[in-house]
Design a protein around this ligand. Structure first.
Ligand SMILES: [Zn+2]
Length: 246
């Protein structure tokens, strides 16, 4: 599904457009001309649906150069192994996501508690694979015509990154689970969800002047996306929490 002249939605679950498997986060393809990237990998329950969407919009699997991962939760990284094996994409992620993927770490990804809470099937596991490029705050990766900047945005969980880029003066953010339409957030009763850090991460976005927000769930925001940040911050600055999508 084409969203802008360079961005496609190729995966989305029931907290979004229900394009692929019910558990999937929003999965985007960024067409940078000479190079192509995917942002987030879905849950890995039916990764073949995401792979098929890449081909259906006219790309070859081998066209995908990078797979950027925003954070180490199962709905965002579960499909990484299959996507990497089928495309040869280099995986870009934070140090914590690297460790989670390498070891299939159920504790640091909170899959252990998510299974206990009945959110994932008991037999679910993350396929393990190597992250090729570990990035930290402000690191930049070129994807053809675009330069994506990693922004450290913890709060929803540790090791959370958002990826920012500019196209013809328009400012884009692949936000993962940082912030959503109308300034909502994603807070959970898990060990590394930290609402203070989340507020600080939202505050850090205040001067970005975003046009387009491509979040990990729910709707995309194709213009005036800074309003979502402002709405979210309007709660935090009163020491309150914005509504959560979860
Ligand atoms: Zn998450």
């Amino acid at each position: 599904m084409r969203l802008t002249n360079s961005i496609y939605l190729i995966g989305s679950g029931s907290k979004g457009m229900n394009l692929t498997n019910h558990y999937d986060c929003n999965v985007f393809l960024l067409d940078g001309g000479k190079e192509t990237a995917i942002i987030d990998a879905g849950a890995g329950m039916e990764p073949e649906k995401i792979l098929k969407n890449i081909e259906d919009i006219g790309f070859k699997l081998s066209d995908v150069n990078y797979l950027f991962l925003t954070h180490g939760h199962a709905d965002h990284i579960g499909g990484a192994k299959t996507i990497k094996e089928n495309t040869g994409a280099k995986i870009v992620a934070s140090d914590l996501t690297y460790k989670i993927l390498k070891h299939g770490d159920e504790k640091n990804s909170s899959i252990d508690v998510a299974k206990k809470a009945g959110m994932y099937p008991k037999n679910y596991s993350i396929g393990t694979c190597e992250v090729d490029i570990v990035v930290k705050d402000k690191d930049e990766i070129r994807v053809g015509n675009f330069v994506l900047q990693a922004l450290s945005t913890p709060g929803h969980c540790e090791g959370h990154l958002s990826f920012y880029f500019i196209q013809e003066q328009n400012k884009f953010l692949f936000g993962g689970d940082l912030v959503f339409y109308e300034g909502k957030v994603a807070t959970q009763f898990i060990n590394d969800c930290n609402v203070f850090k989340l507020g600080q991460s939202i505050k850090k976005m205040k001067d970005l002047n975003l046009d387009v927000l491509l979040p990990g769930h729910e709707t995309v925001v194709l213009k005036e996306a800074q309003e979502c940040i402002e709405k979210s911050w309007s709660y935090f600055e009163k020491l309150q929490l914005p509504p959560s999508i979860l």
